[in-house]
Design a protein around this ligand. Sequence first.
Ligand code: IDP
Ligand code: MG
Length: 167
Amino acid sequence: MVQQTLVLIKPDGLTKSLTGNILTRLSESKLEIIAAKIVKVSRELAAEHYKHLQDKPFFDELIQFIQGEFHGRKKVMAMVYWGEDAIKRVRTLAGATNPEEADPTSIRGAYGRITSKGVYENVIHASSNGEEAEREIKLWFAPDDIIMDIYPTKNATCPQHQCRVWA
Ligand code: IDP
Ligand code: MG
C-alpha cells in the first residue's frame, strides 16, 4: 500500500551533524520526500506531538529535548516520506525506540544514546501507523507545504489570522 509518514531529525541528530548520514540511510527505502522544512518547535507543538505520552514520567524532558533545550539548537528537520509501505520501511530503518536495544545497524542503534539523566536521544522520529502519520503530518505541515494531495483539503479564508510578511 502506498503511504506517507512523518520523519523528524531530532535536535541531537542535527547537533551531531548526522543529517546527511540519516538521509542516506533513509534513501535505502527508495521512498520519495514530498515535503521538508526546518522547524523551531514551540512548546505547544511539542506537547501536541507527544500528547499520547503526557502521563509518562519522562514527558517534561521529552518536550524540552524535542525543542532543542538540551542541544543549544532549537530546531528539528521535518519531512514527509511517501511510497510503498512507507511507515514500516522507515520504522525498520529507524530501529527500536530505546537506542540501546535498537539493532546496531539501524539509525537509532548506530547513532542514538541514553543520557545519564535517562533521556532517550534517538536522533529520529518516525510515525508508527497510518492514523498517527495522518495526525502528525497535519500537525507539522500545511497542505501547500506538501507537493502531493495526500489528504482532502478545503478552501478557507482566515481574516482574523495574523501573519508576518517581508518588510
Ligand atoms: P517511538 O519514537 O519509537 O515511536 P514512542 O513510544 O512513541 O516511541 O515515544 C516517543 C519518544 O519518547 C521516543 O522516541 C523517545 O524519544 C521518548 N521515550 C519513549 N520511551 C521512553 C522512555 O522509557 N524513557 C525516555 N524516553 C522515552
Ligand atoms: Mg511513537
